[in-house]
Design a protein around this ligand. Structure first.
Ligand code: UT7
Length: 328
């Protein structure tokens, strides 16, 4: 009998090196006080030289596999959500497949920025429900440090590197399941947050190589406004689709971009702060990895128990947004 799709295991990994606000104040004109007050971020992790997005994703995936009881060779589908792929082609998921030894798995990437992990969750859920695949490994992984303009104080203080993963499979009697998902896109707002160079629209050439075009550019204030509205609406959509009300939600896991955005969403959803998961002080904004890392930490710290309902909600470049309601 089909009981839906469950999360059988989670995992996460962040690189060893920590970059504090204090460290950043030596690179650009900023201060711990500004960064903490405006964002809530205290430090972020930075990948080592030679450590790429697939390496981070693979380490997170190994932990998720271990918890799920499945072997890499059992996995039929790998989806990596990232905006910082190892290479433009092949997909980062192909490198992950190779590093895991998951030779049976079909592997591809999706690019939906900070919403990517929840986009991947929706795609994998549908694939498993349709019977096309028995299970899926979904990964949010980013090495944003490779695409940050380290001279731009308005963006370089915000981002960090890391990865999170989850193993999805058909739910068995008595297990939890993904209750509802929502994804959306507003392509009118591509200019608000992007990496303008390095793609076919603006290749990096000898002439423009010094302009920092292959780095993140953002109109922060505009993004902030959209983020609050879209995430509130998307979270409400999945709560309603799941037949729940806000009081039924034990934990909300929002995208970790800015503590002020998180607080604004919590108050609009009427969920008290103690039921909102926050870890951005440790990692900064890790885009597609943020929700995935947070889910794993909440899981391993025992903040979510069998039978409880959680909501994850994200927002990012595109603009994109996504939410999922899950019975754990
Ligand atoms: O993950 C994808 C989604 N991304 C987001 O959700 C990000 C959304 N946006 C934000 O989180 C916020 O807009 C930021 C944190 C990016 C910026 O905060 P803000 O309160 O909107 O600040 P602001 O951009 O209006 O800048 C205020 C002042 C400016 O100076 P003036 O013009 O008032 O003199 C900036 O130049 O702060 C200055 N500033 C800084 N000062 C010290 C900007 N960055 C810094 C910095 N250190 N790092």
């Amino acid at each position: 009998m089909n009981h839906g799709v469950t999360i059988a295991g989670t995992g996460s990994y962040v690189p060893e090196k920590i970059l504090t606000n204090e460290d950043l104040s030596k690179l650009v004109e900023t201060s711990d006080e500004w960064i903490v007050t405006r964002t809530g971020i205290k430090e972020r992790h930075i990948a080592a030289e030679g450590e790429s997005t697939s390496h981070l994703g693979t380490k997170a995936a190994q932990k998720a596999l271990e918890q799920s009881g499945l072997e890499a060779s059992d996995i039929e589908l790998i989806i990596v959500a990232t905006i910082t792929p190892d290479t433009l082609t092949p997909a980062t998921a192909c490198y992950v497949q190779q590093q895991l030894g998951a030779e049976r798995a079909v592997a591809f990437d999706i690019s939906a920025a900070c919403s990517g992990f929840l986009y991947a969750m929706k795609i994998a859920k549908r694939m498993i429900e349709s019977g096309a695949f028995a299970n899926a490994l979904i990964i949010g992984a980013e090495k944003l440090s490779a695409f940050v303009n380290w001279k731009d104080r308005t963006t370089c203080v915000l981002f960090g590197d890391g990865a999170g993963a989850a193993v999805l499979r058909a739910s068995r009697e008595g297990e939890g399941r993904i209750l509802a998902t929502d994804i959306g896109t507003d392509g009118q707002q591509t200019h608000l947050l992007n990496i303008p160079g390095g793609g076919s629209a603006c290749p990096i050439t000898l002439d423009n190589a010094g302009e920092g075009l292959a780095t993140l550019a953002m109109l922060g204030k505009e993004v902030f406004k959209h983020a609050v509205t879209r995430m509130k609406n998307s979270a409400n959509t999945v709560i309603e689709r799941a037949g729940l009300s806000p009081e039924d939600i034990t934990l909300v896991i929002p995208h970790q971009a800015n503590l002020r955005i998180i607080d604004a969403i919590a108050s609009r959803l009427a969920v008290p702060n103690e039921r909102v998961f926050v870890n951005l002080h440790k990692y900064g904004n890790t885009s597609a990895a943020a929700i995935a890392i947070a889910l794993d930490e909440a899981n391993r710290e025992g903040k979510i128990k069998r039978g409880e309902n959680i909501v994850m909600v994200a927002f990012g470049a595109g603009l994109t947004w996504a939410a999922a309601a899950i019975e754990w």
